[in-house]
Design a protein around this ligand. Structure first.
Ligand SMILES: Nc1ncnc2c1ncn2[C@@H]1O[C@H](COP(=O)(O)OP(=O)(O)OP(=O)(O)O)[C@@H](O)[C@H]1O
Ligand SMILES: [Mg+2]
Length: 347
């Protein structure tokens, strides 16, 4: 008798091509049947292409054949990429990939003020520090904070072929509504205008070749954020939370949002995890470990925790993120570890 659980566990050894996540946690396995030494598994890819399906099938058959008591194996992998998704890397890539941009990753949070933009700029500069070519797109139309946090206030120039050339800060290419507005005038936008603007930030900006385009979403998980996720062809999403927010089901909403638009969840970051006083005492202001516990419950990766550091706040206000000003110090190190963990999600 071959247990379904054993089959599932064996399949966890198979990674989705191009990702460091296994096919089980990606939710590809739809049906398992076993009896008399025969195993049959049904998997379904949304998006993907024939090559990805073939690769998953071959590898899955291999690990299942190696199970004790298994004599015959049947693995069926269907994909709805009849017209294969360009790139075909993301399990859910339904949008057309952006030429030149290898991976677009959105950073979201259930609520405002949890440090989403802070994490976005440090991840962008952190990945750059690790040797990648990085762009950062500020989708927060109402409260763009990327210009301040990256210390860049110049307007994009226009290239010969009438594209916007993104200004660069700390070697990261940047685009933000903040560059296009004058002063502190309030912006009154209607939904369709926002979508149009964000579309232009994708298609009318000369991003060039990028390993990562990070996308700082507006806080929340409502319709506005959802349609942004559909506008930008995303390869993955990161959710930033504070420890106490994680326990309130807010993270679950973030996960649900990405799932609704078929964006793989690359992991959860717990920000403001704790504070170490000058005398070395550790104070868990918002509790601690909520992010990790929720990641475990939801079966998504935990990318790490970032304590409260005065240097992180100062870095945000001064326009030089802490991974740039002090990559070797504890605050910079905490952010760099998250950048590394994110990079590893792509194998
Ligand atoms: N780990 C940290 N240590 C110290 N200060 C932090 C940390 N994370 C964020 N902050 C500070 O908290 C404030 C809010 O952070 P941030 O603007 O990144 O949040 P946000 O989630 O993007 O907010 P919004 O909802 O307005 O977009 C900023 O002043 C930032 O410098
Ligand atoms: Mg923000």
């Amino acid at each position: 008798m071959i247990a379904e659980e054993d089959i599932k566990n064996a399949l966890k050894a198979v990674k989705y091509p191009g990702y460091n996540r296994d096919i089980v946690s990606f939710g590809l396995v739809k049906e398992i049947a076993a009896g008399k030494g025969a195993v049959s598994v049904l998997m379904k890819l949304t998006g993907g292409n024939a090559e990805v399906a073939r690769q998953i099938k071959t590898e899955s058959e291999g690990v299942l054949r190696a199970l004790p008591g298994v004599a015959s194996v049947f693995v069926d992998v269907t994909h709805d990429g009849a017209a294969p998704a360009a790139g075909g890397r993301s399990p859910w890539a339904q949008q057309n990939k952006l030429p030149g941009i290898r991976r677009a990753v959105a950073v979201a949070s259930g609520k405002g003020g949890v440090g989403k933009s802070t994490v976005s700029v440090n991840l962008a500069c952190g990945l750059q520090h690790l040797g990648a070519k990085v762009g950062l797109l500020d989708c927060d139309i109402y409260g763009p904070s990327i210009p301040l946090m990256m210390g860049v206030h110049q307007k994009p120039t226009i290239s010969d072929d009438e594209k916007m050339v993104p200004p660069t800060g700390h070697s990261v290419k940047l685009m933000s509504m903040g560059f296009l507005l004058d002063g502190d005038q309030p912006v009154i936008w209607r939904g369709p205008m926002i979508m149009k603007t964000i579309q232009q930030f994708i298609t009318a900006v000369e991003w060039g070749e990028l390993d990562y385009l990070l996308v700082d979403l507006p806080p929340g998980t409502g319709d506005a954020q959802l349609s942004l996720c559909q506008t930008v062809p995303l390869d993955g999403g990161v959710i930033v939370t504070t420890p106490q927010e994680a326990s309130l089901g807010v993270v679950r909403k973030g996960i649900a949002m990405f799932q609704k638009v078929n964006v793989p969840i690359l992991g959860i970051v717990e920000n403001m995890s704790y504070y170490v006083t000058p005398s070395g005492e550790r104070v868990e202001i918002f509790g601690h470990g909520g992010g990790q516990a929720e990641a475990k419950r939801q079966n998504v990766p935990f990318l790490g925790e970032v304590p409260i550091f005065v240097e992180i706040r100062e870095g945000g206000d001064s326009g030089t993120p802490v991974v740039v000003s002090a990559p070797g110090q504890p605050a910079g190190q905490a952010m760099l570890r998250i950048a590394e963990a994110l990079r590893q999600q792509f194998g």
